[in-house]
Structure formats: C-alpha cells, structure tokens
Design a protein around this ligand. Structure first.
Ligand SMILES: *[C@@H]1O[C@H](CO)[C@@H](O)[C@H](O)[C@H]1NC(C)=O
Ligand SMILES: *[C@@H]1O[C@H](CO)[C@@H](O)[C@H](O)[C@H]1NC(C)=O
Ligand SMILES: *[C@@H]1O[C@H](CO)[C@@H](O)[C@H](O)[C@H]1NC(C)=O
Length: 292
C-alpha cells in the first residue's frame, strides 16, 4: 500500500472508486461477507519484492476462524493458506502472475458436498486452485477450520498491501462469447447473478447453457459452455405428428435417431432416421405414427 497514492485516489477519484464498488480497506474491522456466495476481490499496488503482505482472515457467524489467505510480495510473490500451509511456508503460485503492479485479486471459495476449493485469480487469470484436503494441507487444523461457513472477513492489522476490496462483480460477458452470444442484462452485476444469454444470430442455436452465473470480472460458471452455431437438425419433420426421437435436439448431420410414438399411437415405416439437414432426414419408408 502506497499511502500517497491512496490519499490522492481518495481526494481525486472518490466517485470513480465508489461507482465500481471498491471500498478502502480498514484494518482489523469485521466485514460481513458470505465468501461461498461472493468471491472477495482485493486491489493492491505492491511491487514484487516490497515484502508487503495481504493478510485476510475468514470467520464464521460464531466468530470461529474459517480460513485465511496471505499473499507475500516477495519476488515473485507467494501465497499461504492459513491453517492449511505451515506458518511462514509461503508457496509459489501455480502459474506466473500478470506483470502489472496494479492487481485485482479474486479469492473464491467454492463448496461441493463437504469439500472446499480455493481459487485465486489475479487480473482474471487463475493463479491458484487448491482442494483443501489432507493432501494439500500440512496443518492438522485444516479440516475444522476450512469446514466452517464464512460469513465475515477481516483484514489483519499487520496487512500492509491490501488497498481496496469489493464483492466479486461481473463487468461483461466472456470476451470469446461476445461475437455470437448476447444478453439483455446490463453490467456490472454482482457475483451470483444468473445471466440469460441468447444467440446474436437468429439462425443459430445455443448448444450450451442458456443461463450462466456471474463469478467475477468476465468469468462465469455454467453447466455447458454457451456455444451458438447453425444447427444441423433442430427437430423432427413438422408433419411427423405424435412422433418422438431418442435424442435431444439439435443434433448434427449423420445422427441416427430411433423413433417412437406418443401413447395411443403406433410407429409404421422406418424405426430410425438419419439427420441430413435441418428438419430433413434420410429414411427408406417414411415413418408415421398412426392411431392404434
Ligand atoms: C509488511 O508486513 C509484513 C507482515 O507483517 C512485514 O513482514 C513486512 O516487513 C511489512 N513490510 C513493510 C514494507 O512494511
Ligand atoms: C518457487 O519459485 C522460485 C522462483 O521462481 C523457484 O526458485 C523455486 O524453486 C520455486 N519453489 C518451488 C517449491 O517450486
Ligand atoms: C463451439 O462448438 C464448436 C463445434 O461444435 C467447437 O469447435 C468450439 O470450440 C466451441 N466453442 C466453445 C467456446 O466452446
């Protein structure tokens, strides 16, 4: 933390700072923050080798320690997960940090069943991804500590690197998507917000999820990555009434579909057809579903 810079930004740029949600860090103050639902972002301008340190601790509603993250600006910087890594045993990040001195760190704690995974992104690049476990942790308290639900965070009084923090927010769709995918959602949105996406080109069909969840920046989570393209077959022939295919549409050219009929109807003609083009199929005897 460079005090002159902080002071200048505070005087000159308060509204700009407030509008993008960054809040100046106050040390030792407990802040309500549900980390499992909202990643924590921290802004630093510490130089590599300055030996400044981010020390942010997590607590449960009852005040029990629920984890901690320390980032040590050695050259290159290192990281320590509190009550998991041994004290002072800072680790290298798993990939090279972005070269900018101004960094926005995003700490994400995801929970699936009883397990916890910690992600750290630096300027939107993943630099750490650790499953909190007996394999990853050297300290025996990892389990009791990291299994607590994080409801509060605080910056330790010895933290001399963290300048600003905010909840994870999304600033826009993933850049790779923007050519083919659009949304009516106005950004920024808070992390956790579900964003509906559609194909920009009405001839195209989204083969992936139509709902994605904001994580932070331009990072989203989804079941299947949204992907718009001209579909091969979007459905059975419209004249094939009461007929059902055994696949979810769209399917690509060459896909063989086994057919069946709605209740009260029986299939005549071919029992399977091959998609050749949108709503066009190859068959030798045209299938129909006639009443029983
Ligand atoms: C920042 O804090 C760390 C950890 O408390 C300390 O070791 C370091 O000397 C401090 N650095 C500066 C530049 O104040
Ligand atoms: C961490 O990174 C430093 C500098 O890049 C390297 O010298 C060291 O071997 C690395 N340590 C481990 C445990 O990989
Ligand atoms: C979208 O799908 C096409 C082909 O189905 C594939 O080549 C491409 O990599 C996919 N793009 C993304 C962003 O998943």
């Amino acid at each position: 933390m460079i005090w002159a810079a902080v002071l200048l930004t505070t005087i000159m740029g308060f509204s700009a700072t407030a509008s993008d949600g960054w809040i100046a860090v106050e040390l030792g103050v407990s802040i309500t923050h549900d980390l499992e639902n909202s990643p924590l972002q921290i802004k630093t301008d510490s130089e590599d080798g300055s030996k400044e340190t981010v020390i942010v601790r997590f607590r449960s509603d009852q005040g029990d320690l629920a984890g901690a993250v320390l980032i040590w600006f050695s050259s290159p910087p290192k990281i320590l997960l509190g009550k998991c890594d041994n004290i002072e045993n800072f680790k290298n990040f798993s990939s090279t940090l972005p070269s900018e001195t101004d960094k926005a760190w995003t700490i994400t704690l995801s929970r699936f069943s009883e397990k916890r995974r910690v992600f750290v992104h630096c300027n939107n690049e993943e630099v750490l991804n650790v499953l909190i476990s007996s394999t990853a942790c050297e300290r025996s308290e990892w389990d009791t500590t990291w299994s607590n639900d994080v409801e509060k965070i605080y910056f330790d009084s010895k933290d001399n690197a963290s300048d600003y923090y905010r909840s994870g927010v999304c600033t826009g769709l993933k850049t790779e998507w923007t050519k083919t995918i659009e949304t009516t959602t106005q950004f920024p949105v808070n992390s956790g917000t579900v964003v509906e996406v559609t194909c920009s080109n009405s001839d195209e069909v989204n083969k992936g999820s139509s709902k994605v969840t904001c994580s932070t920046g331009t990072i989203f989570t989804f079941d299947i990555e949204p992907n718009c393209s001209i579909p091969d077959c979007t459905g059975l022939k419209t004249t094939w009434i009461n007929m059902i295919g055994d696949r979810q549409f769209p399917v690509s050219t060459g896909t063989v579909l086994s057919l069946s009929c709605n209740e009260g109807h029986e299939l005549r003609g071919d029992k399977s057809v091959t998609c050749t083009k949108n709503k066009e199929f190859w068959y030798s005897e045209e299938p129909t579903c006639g009443e029983l």
